[in-house]
Design a protein around this ligand. Structure first.
Ligand code: FAD
Length: 550
């Protein structure tokens, strides 16, 4: 099989046009082709008067490898490739006994789900515990919160089946280049995602589809012997304490947080706990700290969400082709005069700003979109790096307290009912409360209140946001328009802590495996899913080499 890169096509074309172009350029007769697959698709908009699609395609032939080599070796933009599907090691006939127990995964976000999928395929019958609800019940709670302001602290945009990624834009971008990514795409497609995610340079699913996909992946895990326990919160870890390095996990305590069994606490004996708890699991971070699990402070970012008209972004990115292409994206980063990095994050074309609180009295915003990305506004986080030395206190969890303070102030400014405090960018710069909107209308789903967002942050963050947005206007004309809408507060872009793991992927307790974004090993849906798979591989090895040998 060969891959041909860098095939340029005009904005308007069909897949058949692409095939014809490739065959003509590389002198290929259609009759000799066994399979033709698009392997990559990107939009090259560097020249605004000549925007083109750029493709990579994979072709296999009916003739033998020798002929393939003779014809395509050393041809520009062509290389030989091999595709090897991901394969999971199997543990045959796994059964529990007194010493060997089923692995437990805490959290059903992308990291937990993909760890669960691979462990199930290996035959290990994991138990996935999740403090939130399944996606169907969760969806009701989330939209009820948007409508009424009644927050369910375990079932919201951060918590519940699918984790923080479910009510999201579902962007699948990643900076990592890892063979496990294909496994993630394959499973998402099997569960109903558009197969185009396999080749788009910026793949995207949309929240409407993600809900269905999460449900289907659960059914697959259950049909293979895995088990989900919703409304079930990890409250304590029990481990054998030892003077040597080998503290070993023995069991966990979990609490039922809903329904007739509410507050019931019970024990699950286990040898392995994959801790895929996400970046917002504050109560759990505090519990782990009390249990002497080693954690470190880490750099993270905070800021606001900005909204513009999508039509303005489209024009800026695609010029005269704006109406002919999908909603445009952007990714910007600048350095301000105080030395801070300011960058856009989780940009949602044609999307909405979403109420993302998970604690009472604390307000958090984020962005999501539906699969069509056809709403009026583009939104994105504008984030400023904060370093451990920026927040007071010695505690390893000082970053959490710093985030909480910002969220409390945003809640207060929004009127204490989860409406978002908003301000026009021009008024933010001039430090005055806005009194009317310009062309851009806020999309925040739970209502808004005019406020002065300068009151939320320390001065250096306000200065950085103002200068950062102004500098970004040099890259996208109109970015710093006076009527761009800002809402606050964006405080959950990444975890405020890291839970270090050793060469066997364990924390300072053998069997306790930090995983995904909450532990500081991922940033986004794809990297969290990939880290989940990696953790599962280490767990399989541990069962093979240690537990199942006894
Ligand atoms: P999470 O998804 O956070 O999952 C952790 C789960 O663990 C939660 O469901 C939580 O309830 C559970 N949990 C925590 N503590 C306990 C406990 N003690 N007991 C039981 N369960 C527990 N990323 C992208 O790549 N693309 C996007 O477009 C995108 N958009 C986003 C939009 C929004 C609104 C939000 C909030 C996030 C978005 N993200 C996006 C980020 C992405 O969702 C996260 O990076 C990703 O979900 C992290 O995966 P995870 O599995 O590590 O943790």
């Amino acid at each position: 099989m060969i891959r041909i890169n860098n095939i340029k096509m005009p904005v308007k074309h069909s897949e058949n046009d692409l095939k014809k172009t490739v065959y003509k350029l590389y002198k290929i007769n259609e009759n000799e082709v066994k399979s033709f697959e698009i392997a990559g698709q990107a939009i090259d908009a560097r020249k605004k008067d000549n925007v083109v699609f750029v493709y990579a395609v994979d072709i296999s032939f009916k003739f033998d490898e020798e002929t393939e080599k003779k014809r395509f070796e050393n041809v520009k933009n062509v290389r030989k490739i091999e595709k090897n599907p991901y394969s999971t090691k199997k543990i045959e006939n796994f059964t529990e006994n007194e010493n060997v127990k089923r692995p437990v995964i805490v959290g059903s976000g992308p990291a937990g789900i993909f760890a669960g999928l691979v462990l199930t395929e290996a035959g290990l019958k994991p138990i996935i515990i999740e403090q939130g609800k399944n996606v169907d019940e969760r969806e009701k709670d989330v939209y009820n919160f948007f409508k009424t302001g009644n927050l369910d602290k375990y079932s919201n945009v951060q918590f519940g089946e699918g984790g923080a990624g479910t009510f999201s834009d579902g962007k699948l971008n990643t900076n990592t280049n890892n063979f496990r990514i294909q496994k993630v795409y394959d499973e998402l497609i099997l569960a109903g995602a558009d197969p185009k995610i396999n080749y788009m340079s910026k793949p995207h699913i949309g929240t409407d589809k993600l809900i269905e996909i999460m449900r289907k992946i659960r059914h697959k895990i259950e049909s293979l012997g895995g088990e989900y326990r919703f409304n079930t919160k990890l409250t304590k870890i029990n481990y054998e304490k030892s003077d040597s390095k080998n503290n070993k996990i023995k069991s966990i305590l979990v609490e039922n947080v809903e329904n007739s069994d509410k507050n019931k606490i019970y024990e699950i004996p286990t040898n392995i706990v994959i801790l895929a708890i996400g970046h917002s699991a504050r109560e759990t971070f505090f519990m782990l700290n009390e249990e002497n699990v080693t954690m470190e402070r880490k750099t993270f970012s905070v800021g606001v969400r900005i909204e513009h008209l999508q039509s303005m972004i489209n024009y800026s990115q695609y010029g005269k082709f704006a109406d002919k292409l999908p909603a445009a994206e952007y990714k910007l980063n600048v350095k301000t005069s105080n030395g801070r990095g300011v960058y856009t994050f989780c940009m949602c074309p044609g999307g909405v700003v979403v109420p993302s609180s998970s604690e009472e009295g604390r307000l958090v915003v984020n962005g999501m979109s539906y699969s069509q990305r056809d709403l009026e506004n583009a939104n994105s986080a504008i984030l400023v790096n904060v370093f451990p030395e920026d927040f007071p206190g010695e505690s390893v969890l000082a970053g959490v307290e710093f985030q909480r303070k910002l969220e409390e102030k945003a809640f207060e400014l929004g009127g204490k009912d989860y409406k978002a405090p908003i301000q026009l960018f021009g008024d933010f710069v001039n430090n005055k409360i806005s009194t009317k909107l310009g062309k851009v209308k806020p999309s925040y789903l739970a209502g808004y209140k005019f406020a002065n967002l300068n009151e939320i942050f320390p001065q250096f963050i306000n200065d950085s946001i103002k200068e950062g947005i102004t500098l970004m206007d040099k890259k996208i004309k109109g970015f710093a328009n006076d009527d761009a809408i800002l809402s606050g507060v964006e405080s959950r872009s990444s975890s405020p802590v890291k839970i270090p793991r050793n060469e066997r992927f364990f924390s300072n307790i053998e069997g306790l495996m930090p995983c995904g974004e909450g532990a500081g090993y991922a940033g986004g849906i794809m990297s969290a899913a990939v880290d989940g798979i990696k953790c599962a591989e280490y767990v399989i090895e541990y069962y093979q080499n240690n537990l199942c040998r006894q």
